[in-house]
Design a binder for this molecule. Structure first.
Ligand code: IPD
Length: 276
């Protein structure tokens, strides 16, 4: 059955490359920046233009499919995940990086069928790294198989997280205190990285470059493709509580092993967020 999604996979890779060209050519030019939910939630005309291009290309090929896109949602379109084949699109993940010229900017495209992701493509348009996954068929970077590190021990791990795109005090306090649980004198990861793109953070776990990643406040378009890629690379994707992953729940915990994921889930103070 998974075979039948090959055509969708090829279309996703092709349109991600096209989107990447657009992003690359805009990357070093001056940008018109606007804000969305708050002063650090940025959007540019490239985000909007690229999303329109991706959706119109895929809709042309798959007219019965549904769509969820970051900028369509920002423009007021309802975010609804049904059993119908649904494309979940973040045209520019890492918009703040894009604005500043920090080279971690990705196109993220997932296809969900019966609420399960069957195709995931994350393309770092600046570094030309194409991360791909198909359900049951493994994960790849630029066509070569990738695997998680398998690390089980927090004290030997590289942690990845993000501050997210809101600055309300309660959330920031929790982010800092949670980081303190995994970076302290008694019990510490080797280090912590914030790449500024949830999709690319997740792809680092899939390649074994990082061992664990969690974030509160992300949206389905940031994580849908990355979650499949990590699982296909042998990693664990859970809810931050240690329960089953729910891609609409605005939170995610990814790790290179179940043992490490359990350590993190037990160490986190949880936060409830309105669902996507
Ligand atoms: C953001 C990035 C960032 C994460 C934010 C997201 P965007 O996505 O993934 O790493 O911390 O929560 O909103 O807005 O650049 O597509």
């Amino acid at each position: 059955k998974t075979d039948s999604w090959d055509e969708c996979f090829n279309a996703a890779v092709e349109v991600a490359r096209e989107a990447g060209e657009e992003i690359r050519s805009a990357f070093s030019s001056e940008k018109r920046i606007e804000t969305k939910s708050c002063a650090v939630d940025l959007v540019t005309e490239t985000d909007q233009k690229v999303e329109e291009m991706i959706i119109s290309t895929l809709r042309g090929k798959f007219p019965t499919h549904s769509f969820i896109g970051e900028e369509s949602a920002a423009a007021g379109e309802k975010v609804e995940l049904t059993d119908n084949p649904t494309w979940i699109i973040d045209p520019v993940d890492g918009t703040t990086n894009f604005v500043h010229g920090f080279p971690f900017v990705a196109v993220s495209i997932a296809l969900s069928v019966n609420k399960e992701v069957v195709v995931g493509v994350v393309y770092n348009a600046i570094l030309d790294q194409m991360f791909t996954g198909q359900l049951g068929k493994g994960a790849f970077m630029n066509g070569k198989p990738i695997h998680v590190s398998g690390q089980e021990d927090l004290s030997q791990s590289l942690l990845i997280s993000e501050f997210g795109s809101s600055r309300d005090k309660e959330k920031m306090d929790l982010v800092f205190s949670n980081l303190g649980s995994f970076l302290n004198e008694k019990n510490s990861a080797h280090g912590c990285r914030f790449l500024g793109s949830a999709a690319l953070d997740m792809c680092q776990i899939a390649t074994g470059g990082g061992d664990l990643y969690y974030q509160y406040g992300i949206h389905v378009w940031d994580i849908a493709a990355g979650a499949l890629i990590i699982r296909e690379a042998g990693g664990v994707v859970w809810d931050t509580t240690g329960g089953p992953f729910d891609m609409m729940s605005r939170r995610v915990l990814c790790a290179s092993s179940e043992k490490l994921a359990r350590t993190i889930a037990e160490g986190l103070t949880q936060m409830e967020l309105p669902r996507d």
